[in-house]
Design a protein around this ligand. Structure first.
Ligand code: AMP
Length: 416
């Protein structure tokens, strides 16, 4: 038997309502913050990600699903949402129409990661991007939106905050990292030795315990920030205080993508659940538009992992599924036709109606209605049609009464 590829899953009825619940909340919160939805293709030119996320990042080096199409184009399944949105922003000349472009997305992403709890090869991200403003107000808005989203889902969390500076001040910090690690190089993993040479800040991505231990005493970036980055970071922190948002400063937080500048943040669940715990992350990326061929345009965004969020939902507070309001028991073909003609229209009034489609006897139909948790059952046979009086049964109380077609159409069955 052919199985779903490793690291992917079917989202079935016992889970889909959780996705819908989370997505409904996200749609609502984004609209309240005046973000509009964007949908970009699932695959893109592979170079879009190589140029933006960075050649030394784990995503590009190890995790991208790339392929050649029939014409030999080098394509990649989208591993993240920001670069495609900036590509769309440039390609559709949006910068000519909107000074501040605020969009959100809910999309599947693909990474050749080692599957484990909360980590998949196809997963879903919910994210926002605000392109065009360098103001710390927007950093604060995106962080606030992230927190409100989790508050709304009743998930308890810890916000970690850092600044990764800009291309002016970061190289200085890179040198400091190299100095600090110079005599410890031999103890670093092979990947970190390459990172040391090519992109020292990427060393913070390392998941090898020994490397992480070495990094614990690494100097902070803050003294290396240039005046502009330092001022920006101070204002962001002040704004978070005004918004009553608690956070922890985390000097090791650089995020796994090269395009970040200045503010970076990550939100972890307050209850630790293994190593794959970041619920969401984001930050500023003031050079990405320029790196992808546009003019210098500041931007900030965030992205949440839907599967990780679902892992931390208090599932018992979420209504599992809409109950079937009315199940129609049909005894014979005439009854079936009658139901099609007169009762299907109840659905357009928002009533969830289900009809018998394969059981023959009254008893087996009632049993089935009970199995699928129908609230009311309407029994239609030839006699009932002739008299225009039907039997309505409340499945909770087992009380039965007679009802006419016009009463049914007026929704009077709910008052049984
Ligand atoms: P990133 O784009 O790496 O900043 O990731 C943003 C969020 O996506 C993370 O905080 C996770 O919640 C989620 N995420 C990243 N990789 C995976 C994965 N392989 N499986 C499930 N969720 C993921």
């Amino acid at each position: 038997m052919i199985k779903a590829p490793r690291g992917t899953k079917d989202i079935l009825q016992d889970e889909i309502y959780l996705y819908q619940y989370v997505e409904d909340k996200f749609h609502k919160i984004c609209r309240q913050h005046n973000y509009t939805e964007i949908r970009t293709p699932i695959f893109e030119d592979a170079n879009l990600f190589i140029r933006s996320i960075g050649e030394t990042s784990d995503i590009v080096k190890k995790e991208m699903y790339t392929f050649l199409d029939k014409k030999g184009r080098h394509l990649a399944l989208r591993p993240e949402g920001t670069a495609p949105i900036i590509r769309a922003y440039l390609e559709n000349l949006i910068y000519n129409q909107q000074e501040l472009y605020k969009v959100y997305y809910i999309s599947p992403m693909f990474r050749y990661d080692r599957p484990q709890q909360g980590r998949y090869r196809q997963f879903h991200q919910l994210g926002v991007e605000a392109v065009g403003s360098s103001s710390p107000v927007i950093d604060a808005e995106v962080i606030k939106l992230s927190c409100e989203f989790l508050d709304d889902l009743k998930i308890k969390y810890i916000l970690n905050l850092n600044s990764v500076g800009c291309p002016i001040c970061r190289p200085d910090y890179g040198e400091e990292i190299k100095n600090f690690l110079k005599d410890k190089l031999i103890n670093l993993c092979d990947d970190c030795k390459v990172r040391y040479e090519k992109n020292p800040l990427r060393i913070f991505d390392c998941k090898v315990e020994e490397c992480k231990n070495i990094l614990r005493d690494i100097p902070e970036i803050f003294p290396h920030l240039c005046k502009e980055c330092s001022d920006h970071f101070n204002v962001v922190q002040n704004y978070l205080k005004i918004l009553n948002i608690n956070y922890l400063l985390n000097k090791n937080l650089v995020r796994g993508l090269d395009y970040y500048t200045r503010t970076t943040y990550e939100i972890m669940p307050a209850v630790e659940s293994g190593s794959q715990s970041a619920l969401l992350g984001g930050g500023r990326y003031d050079n990405l538009v320029e790196d992808l061929g546009g003019s210098k345009t500041p931007a900030v965004g965030m992205s949440a992992g839907e599967e990780r969020i679902i892992l931390h939902l208090q599932k018992d507070i979420i209504k599992t599924k809409d109950e079937i309001v009315l199940f129609i028991v049909t005894l014979g073909e005439e009854a079936e036709k009658f139901a099609l003609r007169h009762l299907f229209e109840l659905r357009s009034k928002g009533i969830k109606v289900e009809i018998n489609s394969f059981k023959k006897s009254l008893k087996s139909q009632l049993k089935y209605a009970d199995k699928i948790s129908a609230r009311y059952v309407l029994i239609i046979g030839e006699n009932e049609i002739r008299k225009n009086v039907f039997i309505l049964r409340d499945m909770y109380s087992s009380i039965q009464r007679e009802i006419t077609l016009s009463e049914l159409r007026e929704g009077k069955f709910c008052e049984i």
